[in-house]
Design a protein around this ligand. Structure first.
Ligand SMILES: *Cc1c(COP(=O)(O)O)cnc(C)c1O
Length: 396
């Protein structure tokens, strides 16, 4: 059998390559931070990591993880409800709730699992999920696993959301679900309007804070801070794999009964291993670090503002952003790839995105800012963008 299947796979892989969509992985040989080395020998400045607060290689988190390794061992060898819960896991759950101002929290191995396991236990065919068209793949998959009626509205389009809510009035319960920050544009979901519509059409609200937690809002508490709606969003999901230290892990936080039900019925929680003690301990330390001082959040906000302003002054077309994601619009797919390759030669590591990751004719380079970047890093990046931009006739 395998021979025939092998041919089939080889052909499909070839098609992916011919379409220019084959993903090659660059191999990093240093810790994840602003200045990295790759296996081909180059030292580059990293502008494509989700390490928004620069905590992925923070000594305080490393020390906390080492302490847990020494005192609580390496792995749990169990799901949470059998023998996979240490005090460290409960402490981290309490920290997440405290940070977001929510009633309770449940941990998962990843936010992909949090989103995969949130809908099916809560809603059934009598109910409705109204989802933003640009929501993350894990939300889309989670919705597919649930029997609720599905409605989709155009990205951040409140007139369309209202239309969909009207259509969904026949259902028993309604849940609006949105990413907090959309990862390709960097725009923030219009939570003030979403909350108004939820009130008007009797719906609950869920936000995935993966790209907004640690980033959006003065203290990085996400869209509920930005829009002053703390405690009003029914369900928040998020990851420990981006701003929050970047290791692994996800969570759902929100209303008590919702979290209680997820602990009873959420399949990725019930049937998948507990996160390791070192991740739980370092995660707790991470929340202490970013709650004691606002230094990292402030630096991230300053860095983002500086970079966007400098890039605009250089003549680049930048998508309006309210996050640490800066989309440098190039429109042409090949240009986006050539531009990223030329930047790598200048020591700047970024990725060019084109269809189908972004709409046709909207190719771009996505720059992700971090508190780990120094002013000199940012200046070097702007200078490299300017040089390449002139060479490739993107700017004058
Ligand atoms: C990154 C991301 C996830 C997945 O998080 P993991 O913890 O890496 O699984 C989920 N949702 C959104 C919006 C994300 O950006």
């Amino acid at each position: 059998m395998y021979n025939r299947f092998q041919e089939h796979l080889q052909k499909e892989l070839q098609d992916i390559k011919e379409a220019g969509l084959f993903k090659n992985e660059r191999v990093i040989t240093t810790p994840q931070t602003a200045e990295i080395a790759v296996s081909t020998g180059e030292n580059v400045l990293n502008f494509c990591m989700n390490n928004y607060l620069g905590l992925s290689n923070d000594q305080r988190l490393i020390d906390a993880a080492k302490d847990a390794l020494d005192n609580r061992g390496y792995g749990m060898s169990s799901v949470r409800f059998i023998c996979g819960t240490q005090d460290l896991h409960k402490e981290l759950e309490a920290k997440v709730s405290e940070f977001f101002g929510t009633e309770d929290t449940i941990l998962y191995a990843a936010c992909f699992d949090a989103n995969g396991g949130v809908f099916e236990p809560l809603l059934d065919q009598q109910d409705a999920i109204i989802s933003d068209s640009l929501n993350h793949a894990s939300i889309i998959d989670g919705v597919r696993l649930c029997k609720a009626q599905r409605y989709r509205y155009k990205n951040a389009d409140m007139a369309d959301l209202e239309d969909q809510l009207k259509l969904a009035q026949a259902q028993r319960f309604r849940l609006i679900v949105t990413d907090g920050v959309f990862s390709m544009d960097g725009n923030v979901a219009p939570m003030d309007k979403i909350m108004e519509l939820a009130e008007k059409y009797d719906a609950m609200v869920m936000v995935d804070e993966s790209h907004s937690a640690g980033v959006v809002g003065k203290t990085g508490r996400g869209v509920t801070e930005q829009y002053n709606i703390k405690g009003k969003v029914d369900i928040i999901t998020g990851t420990l794999g981006k701003a929050f230290g970047g290791a692994v892990g996800g969570f759902t936080t929100g209303r008590k009964e919702i979290i209680d039900m997820l602990r009873q019925r959420s399949r990725p929680y019930l049937f998948s291993n507990s996160i390791p003690p070192l991740v739980a301990k370092a995660g707790t330390r991470m929340f202490e670090v970013i709650s004691e001082s606002n230094e990292l959040q402030d630096r991230l906000h300053e860095n983002t503002a500086f970079f966007v302003e400098q890039m605009k002054a250089a003549g680049f077309d930048i998508k309006p952003t309210q996050s640490a994601i800066c989309a440098v619009m190039l429109y042409d797919a090949k240009l986006s790839q050539d531009f990223a390759a030329a930047l790598l030669k200048e020591g700047i590591y970024v990725i060019g995105f084109f269809f189908p990751v972004v709409p046709k004719g909207e190719a771009r380079i996505r720059v992700q800012l971090s508190a780990a970047h120094t002013r000199a890093h940012l200046e070097k990046a702007v200078a490299a963008f300017t040089k390449v931009g002139k060479e490739l006739n993107v700017i004058k």
